[in-house]
Design a protein around this ligand. Structure first.
Ligand code: MG
Length: 163
């Protein structure tokens, strides 16, 4: 019997705001400004959650964790990610791999490995199943002008016996 597999993709972007903490992939990066959002603004985790929910056919992060709900104000996005993984596991979906891209002109991202380990832990997979890349847009567009950060995520899920 063939194991059912599902692909999902996610995209998110957030605007920089002075005085906020910058958190990407669960890792705090000293930058003097952070990303504006209802949560902690972790654009990489938001793209990842959208990819995971998309693969399962479950809509998007806004449907599961609405902006209008004060329970999610300033929330650590890792909590949302762990909840998504928990719901997927309960429904019989396991993550095969995730491939993520951060789009930012600055800061220079020397924290990729730390993000990978952090996300692999929350995703409950070996770090080799999580890949994180970063690119600038060579000064073009909103990321190039330093107005914010974008992130793309692609994931593959496979059917697993429910734990
Ligand atoms: Mg977001």
């Amino acid at each position: 019997m063939m194991t059912e597999m599902r692909i999902g993709q996610g995209f998110d972007a957030h605007r920089f705001e002075p005085g906020l903490r910058l958190v990407l992939g669960g890792v705090e990066i000293p930058h003097g400004q952070g990303l504006q959002a209802h949560s902690d603004g972790d654009v990489l985790i938001h793209a990842l959650c959208d990819a995971l929910l998309g693969a399962a056919g479950w809509g998007d992060i806004g449907r599961h964790f609405p902006d209008s709900d004060p329970a999610y104000a300033g929330i650590d996005s890792r909590i949302l990610l762990r909840q998504v993984i928990e719901r997927l596991a309960s429904a019989g979906w396991g993550l095969v791999n995730a491939d993520l891209t951060i789009v930012a002109q600055a800061p220079k991202l020397a924290h990729i490995e730390a993000m990978r380990l952090c996300l692999a832990g929350d995703l409950r997979v070996d770090p080799q199943r999580v890949n994180i890349k970063a690119t600038t847009t060579e000064g073009m567009g909103f990321t190039g002008r330093g107005e914010g950060v974008g992130a793309f995520a692609v994931v593959l899920l496979e059917e697993r016996p429910v734990e």
